[in-house]
Ligand binder design. Sequence first.
Ligand code: NAD
Ligand code: MG
Length: 379
Amino acid sequence: MKKLTILGSTGSIGTQALEVARKEGYKIIALAASSNVELLETQVREFKPKFVAVENEVAAKVLKIKLSDTDTVVMSGVDGICEIASIDVDIVLNAIVGIAGLRPTLAAIEAKNDVALANKETLVTGGEIVNRAIKKNGVRLLPVDSEHSAIFQSLQGVPEGSISKILLTASGGPFYGKKRDELQNVTRREALKHPNWSMGAKITIDSATLMNKGLEVIEAVHLFHVKPDDIEVLVHRQSIVHSGIELSDGAVIAQLGTPDMKLPIQYAITYPERAGLCGKRLSLADIGTLTFEKPDTDTFRCLPLCVDAIKMGGLKPVAANGANEEAVKLFLEDKIKFLQIAELVEMAICSQEKVNTFTVDDIFEADRAARILVQNNCR
Ligand code: NAD
Ligand code: MG
């Protein structure tokens, strides 16, 4: 029986991971989330983990009282989450949203735990440091993001050095086909209506701006050790081809499936084995047509901005990510307009000084500076 820790267990990925755990009979050792006490209590009563960590201190106290009749130990804060990430398990699934996922990922790796990574912001902000930690500790980092899982699945059995290009697919989001003047006054409600995937609010907005694809380009650079120019983004409206690779001899290998995150979640846990199906089977005859086109990078500026940021390197991707996290929060509070998100991301990338080497503390300092810059320029 596999032993699992799930960070971000109350979110979209976290709850789907628990569905997979229920189906496969995995033993849940620890759970963590930011504050959703009611759902955490339900999860603890069903899965009986030894530990649960709540980022919010007040929520942790409330949960502790609620769980006083159980054997589950309640921890709190970032330190509590890092501590449970360090408990020896078969795999730690990190489904926290945002840069808040970085320290727990590093804690899991330092404790020699394998990591199934949904939290793309970990690699966007700390890719180099995470890659060094993986090497030093001899652990595996398995992608959960559907595109990166598809690339990883396509790479199985491919000799090292024979990949010539990555094909990163994008749904195009709810505003596909629209031009800048049509996006001036779009609402948070319209932006939250993703055509193919049901996800957390932050990544859904990132999909509408195409920031998500920009973050995924950076994620792919660190996961697969390719150059940004070797990644071709393709808008593929049906979300059936989840991404692929082109090899030196011109062969293209891709992974196809219904848009269901349970498959990439499950594969990251079972790798290299395959478990049973957890959703609907794909019927290509029913789909009929698959289409591919270049993204509109004049309208959706966040994508080329992220590509520029990773090409410049250093802390530029951290600035892009921090500004985006803050801008998305403001957009969800109806405090800024949709197109301002890209403007603020660009401003933060430009303001971030170019550096060659940096520490985890430098990452959090650059993140903070980007957020302050957004706060000061959001009118
Ligand atoms: P979500 O908002 O639904 O859930 C986020 C989870 O993280 C919740 O459990 C929340 O309590 C927890 N959390 C938030 N802030 C935290 C903090 N400061 N400390 C500890 N825990 C905190 O988000 P989601 O859609 O499940 O996405 C999670 C991650 O997976 C993101 O990085 C996202 O980009 C990535 N991802 C999601 C999907 C998807 O289909 N939802 C697909 C690919 C990648
Ligand atoms: Mg994705």
